[in-house]
Design a protein around this ligand. Structure first.
Ligand SMILES: [Zn+2]
Ligand SMILES: [Zn+2]
Ligand SMILES: [Zn+2]
Length: 326
């Protein structure tokens, strides 16, 4: 393999990426056994999920890319992470090499668009079903209630932007991340969490700025074909969930003012000594590298993040990167 050949490198990165991520998650979810620096009272006690929606990178606008790797969810609409062809001539600049309209030719012009519309709306429809009591008669979310939640698939502005979803443990160690072309829908968040659970374990308490919506989603869809009941998803139903302290003040639903608060008595102080801002701090660290991200497109970007987070975690925990190779 030549490191100067972009295609060969990308093939190699695509090939090693799943195994690398699996090892990354597997190692860091059990770092409590190896850490030299974590505070024992906060190490691996709570996990914090956070999304980051910076439009710092354009991605292909082709939406009909599905991931079927999580049995419980079935196919989840992921979109395409590749960069659109911005500079080439005679191509559609909205799409990547693989999804040029010339290549993705509809077999039957009339049946395909209808099919696409149905698929495009599935994630949004499931989110809306879960939030039925908060959706007005025109089908819009009642923003006065929890103004933090937006379904990205609805939002035209975000269509070509790039987002990032990450899970941190309460000791700042990052245990998983997903690069995502569309923004958060609840099944995308569940896909991220269930992928981590395939390779490692998570503590049974979580913090998330849309925890209210996620909880309503699980309550509504657990046991259905869109969130099948297995040991991994049982874990979700028994999970303690709260909104982080910083975002909770923007939440207006009755549950957000009671049981979704991290300091509510029903949580038995599990969040008491936890810094729920570790995700914000992690992302601000990440933003130092934003010029590097811009130049890296998928799959190189994923490899870059895995190595970067591994080294960051090594520093956080005092584990030498030579001692424990990913
Ligand atoms: Zn730790
Ligand atoms: Zn594409
Ligand atoms: Zn809320």
């Amino acid at each position: 393999m030549s490191v100067r050949d972009v295609d060969e490198c990308n093939d190699y990165f695509s090939k090693i990426q799943p195994e690398l991520y699996k090892n990354f998650v597997g190692f860091w979810t059990q770092h409590q056994r190896f850490t030299k620096r974590c505070n024992p009272t906060t190490c691996s006690k709570v996990f914090i999920v956070d999304g980051h929606q910076k439009a710092n990178r354009l991605v292909c606008q082709y939406k009909d890319v599905f991931d079927n790797s999580i049995y419980e969810l079935g196919p989840v609409q992921m979109g395409c992470l590749h960069s659109p062809l911005r500079k080439a001539r005679n191509v559609d600049h909205r799409y990547c090499q693989l999804h040029q309209p010339k290549i993705v030719t509809p077999v039957n012009d009339e049946s395909i668009p209808i099919h696409q519309i149905v698929l495009e709306n599935k994630e949004t429809t499931l989110d809306k079903l879960a939030l039925m009591e908060y959706v007005d008669k025109d089908g819009h979310y009642d923003d006065a209630l929890c103004n933090v939640f937006r379904s990205g698939i609805n939002s035209k502005l975000k269509i070509s932007s790039y987002g990032f979803l990450a899970t941190f443990l309460s000791c700042s160690v990052i245990v998983g991340f997903t690069e995502q072309p569309c923004s958060e829908g609840m099944r995308r968040v569940l896909h991220h969490i269930l992928t981590i659970l395939r390779f490692g374990q998570l503590p049974n308490a979580m913090c998330y700025d849309c925890a209210c919506t996620l909880k309503l989603f699980i309550n509504r869809h657990f046991g259905s074909n869109d969130l099948k009941s297995t040991d991994s998803t049982q874990f979700l139903t028994s999970l303690t969930m709260a909104i982080d302290r910083f975002h909770v003040k923007n939440h207006k639903r009755p549950i957000c003012k009671t049981v979704m608060r991290p300091d509510h008595p029903c949580h038995n102080d599990i969040y008491a000594s936890i810094n729920t801002q570790v995700a914000e701090q992690g992302f601000s660290y990440l933003s130092k590298f934003k010029n590097s991200f811009r130049g890296y497109s998928y799959p190189k970007s994923t490899i870059f993040f895995t190595v970067l987070f591994h080294l960051k975690n090594c520093t956080t925990t005092g584990i030498s990167s030579f001692e424990q190779a990913v």
